[in-house]
Design a protein around this ligand. Structure first.
Ligand SMILES: O=P(O)(O)OP(=O)(O)OP(=O)(O)OC[C@H]1O[C@@H](n2cnc3c(O)ncnc32)[C@H](O)[C@@H]1O
Ligand SMILES: [Mg+2]
Length: 199
C-alpha cells in the first residue's frame, strides 16, 4: 500500500450544502487549516448522490468539488437503524424531502419502530479528501446509540434529537456541541483523517 497523501496548501473547500455539517467540519479541522470555503459559498452545484455506500457518495462529492481546482473535503453520513433493515442509511437526507423536514423524517423512523424491541442505531460518517487530479483519501467513522421518542433538545441538526449515544444520558440534541465533538461519528472519522493527512 502506498503512503497516504498529505494535505498541502491553506484553503480547503468543504464540499457540502448542509450548514450544520459545514459548521461542525470547520470546528473539527480548525487547528489544521487556515481558510475554509464551502461548495455553497462557491456556488458549486449539488452533485447527485448515485453511490450505493457512504464511502462512494463521499468520494463522488469530494471529487466533483475538487475538479474546480482546490482541495475539497466531503462528508457523507447518515443514521443506520438495524430494525429498519439499515434505513434511512444513505437515504437519511432524502427521507426529509426537499423541504429538509427532519421532524417528519424522525417521525418516519419512529413509525417504523412501533412494536419493535430493538431501538439500537448508529451514525456513520464517511469523509473523503480529494485533490484536483482526482486522488482521494477516505475514512469512515461510527457512533452507536439508542433511539428515543419524543425527540429531545435544540442543538445539532438532522436526527440528533432522537439519538442517545451509548453510555450517556443526553441526546445529541441536548448535548453541548463540544461534547458531541468528543464522541460523534464525525469526530471518529476526523481522528482518522487528521492522523492520515493533516499531521
Ligand atoms: O450532501 P451534503 O451537501 O453534504 O448535505 P446532506 O445534508 O445532503 O448530507 P448527506 O447526503 O450526507 O446526508 C446525511 C444526512 O444524515 C443526517 N446526519 C448526518 N450526520 C448527522 C449528525 O451528526 N447528526 C444528525 N443527523 C446527521 C442528516 O440528516 C443529513 O442530512
Ligand atoms: Mg447529500
Amino acid at each position: 500500500m502506498s503512503a497516504p497523501r498529505r494535505f498541502t496548501g491553506d484553503t480547503l473547500v468543504i464540499a457540502s450544502h448542509n450548514k450544520g455539517k459545514v459548521r461542525e467540519i470547520a470546528e473539527l479541522l480548525g487547528p489544521y487549516v487556515a481558510t475554509f470555503t464551502s461548495a455553497g459559498e462557491l456556488g458549486l452545484p449539488e452533485p447527485e448522490e448515485t453511490g450505493t455506500s457512504f464511502i462512494a457518495n463521499a468520494e463522488l462529492k469530494a471529487r466533483a468539488a475538487a475538479a474546480a481546482g482546490h482541495m475539497a473535503l466531503a462528508d457523507d453520513s447518515g443514521l443506520v437503524v438495524p430494525a429498519l433493515n439499515g434505513d434511512p442509511g444513505i437515504y437519511s437526507a432524502r427521507w426529509a424531502g426537499p423541504a429538509k423536514d427532519f421532524a417528519m423524517a424522525m417521525q418516519k423512523v419512529e413509525d417504523g419502530l412501533v412494536g419493535k424491541a430493538d431501538r439500537s442505531a448508529y451514525f456513520v460518517c464517511a469523509l473523503s479528501l480529494a485533490w484536483p487530479d482526482g486522488h482521494v483519501e477516505t475514512v469512515e467513522g461510527r457512533c452507536t446509540g439508542t433511539l428515543v421518542w419524543p425527540p429531545r433538545g435544540p442543538h445539532g441538526f438532522g436526527y440528533d434529537p432522537m439519538f442517545l449515544p451509548d453510555g450517556h444520558g443526553l441526546t445529541f440534541g441536548e448535548m453541548d456541541p463540544v461534547k458531541k465533538h468528543e464522541m460523534s461519528h464525525r469526530a471518529d472519522a476526523f481522528r482518522q483523517l487528521v492522523e492520515r493527512c493533516f499531521r
